[in-house]
Every structure is written in C-alpha cells, then in structure tokens.
Design a protein around this ligand. Structure first.
Ligand SMILES: [Zn+2]
Length: 312
C-alpha cells in the first residue's frame, strides 16, 4: 500500500468516526417519540408485503430483531441454517435460506441489526422485509438452475461483524455474486455501489436492470467505492467474489447525494446539518416505517427478481 493511499484511508477512517459521533449527538438531541413495536405474532399473522414486514423489526432492540427473524422463518415453515458467532468484537446469529436448485449461488444479504436509538426502518428492516417477501415468492416458483441464498446478517453496524464471520461458512467456488441490500425503502433510482471494474456478475446485474426498463445513469447507477459507507458485501471482497451494495435513492436528489457521499470533513459536517433524502433519517430516531415508499420497495423487488432471472 502506498503512503498516499494509507493517508487517504486514515482520513476516510477519521471522517467515518467523526460522522458517527455527530450522528450520535444529533440522535441524542432528537425528540422524536420512540416507535412502539407491534407484537411479533401479529406481524407474522399479518400481510406479507415488504412494507408490512418492516414491522417485524422496526423499533425493537437488536436482540429482539434477531429473534424476530428466526421466529418468523420458523412460523412460516421456511427452513434455514443458523450461523452463530462469538468473538472479542461481539456475538450474534446470521440466518441463511436457500431456494432453488443448481450449482451456482446468488447471495442476497440484508442485515437485521440497527444502530441503537434508531427504529431502523430503512436501515435495514426494509431490506429484511424485501428478502422475506422474496422468499415467499421463490418458494412458490423456485429457480431451477440457480440457488438463491437470502442471508440475514447480525451486527453489520459493527463493521460487518456478522458477515465477516459468515464468510467462513461459504463455499466460495459456488458463488456467482453477492448483493448487500441497504436503504431500499426510499427512492426511485437504483444504485449498485462498490462496483469497481467490470465482472460477469456486474454485467448480468446491469442487463437485468435494463431488461426491466431501467436506464443507466438515469433510473439506475453503477458507482465505485463510496468513502463513508460500506456494507456486508465488503466481507466477501477478500474472497475474490463480485460483491456490491444495492440501494435506492431519489433521483431528484442525485446531485445533493453525490456531494453528500463524496464530501470530505467540512462538507460532511455541513451536510449533516441538512442531509439529503434518504440520509436525513439514516441512523436517527426518524428512520421509521412512515417514511418508506411502497413504490421504492416494489422497484427493489422487481429488480431483484430480474437479477435472479438473469444470473447463471
Ligand atoms: Zn445499514
């Protein structure tokens, strides 16, 4: 690693820490009343749209979120493998559901934890709701030449701790690609991120999105590394697996978002005071189900089904 790179990494690390600190302070000052979670059994008995399933996790503690996912899967008769982990950094449980048949595996990840103090609706109950909906749909019509693995990870907010432990349990050779779903509940434009360089999987994703009528640099974007953000897919990168973030944003805010995610410290502080959607609620007590858009969730679901249909 060159010295210039090392200095840049240190700057990015400090920037991330500063932003986390500032977010925490902002959250502590926020007077938004806490979400009163719906009893898990009521959610299980209720509608299974992604938006309804957000309530499985919204407003619960991380321990409750984790057990709610397992309880939901058991109650719905979905078989899954349990991947518990425990280390100096913390402990938790990842859950993996395999659907379909074939040698290749498309892995879709959604973390079930949230930052303390945030109800965690867009980050990341929306993504969990999407995968749970997808499981229902795939159970009814499973792919015959591909296995889709939906992985619900723990402790993403602690440096992808759950995913970093989970990668030890995967057979790297069978993975066609990984998408980590983050912030999928607000917006009309898809962003595939951390996508540096062409890979067959990236080409598959792009052509799948174009196949459902999305246009590159308009209704979907492929971008490289985003300094302030990361997600579970990063745990797969050292294995040599093509692995990207999958997020929705409002296209009307494209320019503000670009500045927000790329700005260095001063810009970041300025933008923290007035953050563009969807980052205005990100990691705050205002990240609630009421801010989510059914059309965004529907687009994400359609896009994921297209990627499943195109992956071989
Ligand atoms: Zn997240």
């Amino acid at each position: 690693m060159s010295r210039r790179f090392a200095a840049r990494d240190v700057a990015l690390y400090l920037q991330r820490r500063l932003i986390r600190q500032l977010s925490r302070l902002a959250a502590a000052r926020d007077r938004t009343p806490p979400v009163v979670p719906l009893p898990v059994d009521e959610v299980i008995r209720g509608s299974r749209t992604p938006l309804a399933l957000v309530r499985l996790l919204e407003g619960r503690s991380n321990a409750e979120r984790e057990s709610a996912v397992a309880r939901y899967l058991r109650a719905r008769g979905v078989s899954f493998t349990l991947h518990p982990f425990s280390s100096d950094e913390g402990s938790g449980e990842n859950f993996a559901v395999d659907l379909g048949a074939g040698e290749r595996v498309l892995l879709l990840a959604a973390h079930h934890d949230a930052v303390p103090g945030s109800p965690g609706a867009n980050d990341n109950a929306a993504a969990v709701g999407l995968l749970l909906s997808l499981i229902e749909r795939l159970a009814a019509a499973s792919p015959t030449k591909l296995r889709v693995r939906c992985v619900f990870t723990a402790a993403e907010e602690r440096g992808y701790l759950g995913a970093r432990n989970y990668v030890g349990d995967v057979d790297v050779g069978e993975l066609a690609g990984v998408l980590s779903l983050e912030l999928c509940g607000i917006g009309d434009s898809l962003v595939v991120w951390d996508a540096e360089g062409e890979t067959p999987f990236l080409r598959t994703v792009s052509s799948a999105l174009e196949g459902i009528g999305l246009a590159r640099d308009a209704s979907y974007h492929v971008v490289g590394r985003i300094p302030m953000f990361g997600s579970d897919h990063r745990a797969f990168v050292p294995l040599g697996v093509p692995a990207y973030g999958f997020t929705l944003v409002p296209s009307a805010n494209a320019e503000a978002l670009r500045q927000f995610v790329w700005s260095l410290v001063l810009g970041a502080i300025r933008h923290l005071i007035r953050r563009p959607v969807p980052f205005d609620t990100y990691h705050t007590p205002r990240d609630r189900r009421g801010t989510l858009e059914p059309a965004a969730l529907a687009l994400a679901l359609r896009a994921l089904e297209a990627v499943i249909g195109a992956t071989t």
